[in-house]
Design a protein around this ligand. Structure first.
Ligand code: FAD
Length: 374
């Protein structure tokens, strides 16, 4: 029904490719403009994922689902260890990105294309890239992430994300580097909460193995001055960059010194082995919830619309849900503007709820004072 709808998507990460998959399935003519030179097939780091959403987005194949690990148990440590049933699906960023990319024709995604300007004042918004090339679309979808420049085309009010008051130190260590004598590391989502700090770890897959690496995160309260120091020291990398970096390792070792012996031995082992042979990077957590997701024919999706704390583990899921909701609204309504209004109303509410959930979880783990284990 919507074969003639020409859609320009700014950003070719999880949100951008999900929208491309969902809209091309309903017959839209889609172009993705991604500033990165070659895509993100090799990005490491874990990502919560919903197999149901992947199936809904997939045109024919669901091969990626072989690479989803289901953590069947959840181990909580809050004073004392205890286990509860869980079914949390995780994969790695690179696997998910490659799978989404494989849904789309080669020519649909243009790499090395930085969008410099979106003119949304006309009935057909115009997108201009830094090489001065302009294209007109029926619809422009801004999937340009947490630092979105496109937001200002949709939101008149202050559209900047705010620092949440803590840093997520992310680590990745080969599973083979861990002594899993107690069998604690496989098949579990490991959650430890001590005082005002929070630790999460889980095994993530590679193409070859379902337990290739332990992906972990340590949420550490950090004030603005300490954050500025981290930035000045060159330790802060872009959110998805997880590579071995001396500045980051040294900053982590300093931050950790104040929290030594906070965690049980098996958490300390994960951290020690990561320092020895893995990668660690600090990611300051920022939050933002858009008050609307559509203006004219410019639409915000994914992190550009709702940047929730990674403690929710739901950013990838939200991006996919945005994509499917946009496609559903377009199919349901004969009129594009009516479809966009429905999409904005529904997804703005969902996004605000997720961001609020992240704020509450962030406040909860910082609510008490640090205690040390005996
Ligand atoms: C530390 C961390 C941990 C996370 N953990 C989880 C998790 O466990 N589970 C989960 O579901 N989610 C998690 N997330 C969130 C998840 O990664 C994102 O929510 C999800 O990938 C959707 O992001 P996005 O595509 O909207 O934005 P991004 O991934 O930020 O992508 C934006 C894209 O737009 C491109 N771009 C930007 N500006 C321009 C421009 N002007 N022109 C062209 N291209 C442009 C960028 O190059 C980038 O590729 C985490 C995020 C972080 C930072």
């Amino acid at each position: 029904m919507r074969r003639s709808l020409r859609v320009g998507i700014v950003g070719g990460s999880i949100a951008g490719l999900s929208v491309a998959a969902a809209l091309s399935r309903i017959g839209a003519d889609v172009v993705v403009l991604e500033r990165g030179p070659a895509g993100f097939a090799t990005r490491r780091g874990g990502l919560g994922v919903s197999p149901q959403l992947c199936r809904a987005l997939a045109a024919t194949q669901d091969g990626m689902l072989r690479h989803v690990v289901h953590q069947q148990r959840r181990l909580w440590i809050r004073g004392a260890e205890h286990e509860e049933a869980a079914n949390i699906a995780v994969t790695s960023y690179g696997i998910l990105w490659r799978w989404l990319r494989a849904q789309l024709p080669e020519s649909m995604v243009e790499f090395g294309q930085t969008v410099a300007l979106i003119d949304g004042q006309t009935a057909r918004p115009r997108v201009t890239t830094t090489d001065a090339r302009s294209q007109d679309f029926d619809l422009v979808v801004a999937a340009d992430g947490g630092g979105s420049e496109a937001r200002r085309h949709v939101l008149a009010d202050d559209a900047h994300a705010a620092f949440a008051g803590y840093v997520l130190w992310r680590g990745l260590v080969p599973f083979a580097a861990l002594d899993d004598r107690t069998g604690i590391y496989g098949g579990r989502l490991l959650i430890a909460n001590r005082g005002d700090q929070h630790f999460v770890g889980y095994a993530i897959p590679s193409d070859e193995s379902c337990c290739a690496a332990m992906n972990w995160g340590w949420y550490l309260p950090t004030d603005e001055a300490a954050l500025a120091e981290l930035r000045a020291g060159g330790a802060v990398r872009p959110p998805h960059q997880l590579e071995r970096c001396t500045d980051a390792l040294e900053a982590f070792v300093r931050a950790r010194a104040a929290s030594r012996e906070l965690w049980p031995g098996w958490v300390e082992q994960i951290i020690d082995r990561t320092i020895a042979c893995g990668t660690i990077a600090p990611h300051p957590v920022y939050e933002f919830a858009a008050s609307a997701m559509v203006r004219g024919r410019v639409v915000l999706v994914g992190n550009a619309a709702h940047l929730a704390s990674p403690i929710t583990g739901s950013g990838g899921r939200m991006a996919m849900e945005d994509a499917l909701a946009l496609a559903d609204a377009l199919v349901e309504h004969g009129d594009v503007d009516a479809a966009l209004a429905q999409f904005s109303q529904c997804r703005t509410r969902e996004g605000a709820a997720l961001v609020e959930q992240g704020r509450q979880r962030g406040a909860a783990f910082r609510a008490t004072t640090p205690r040390r284990t005996a």
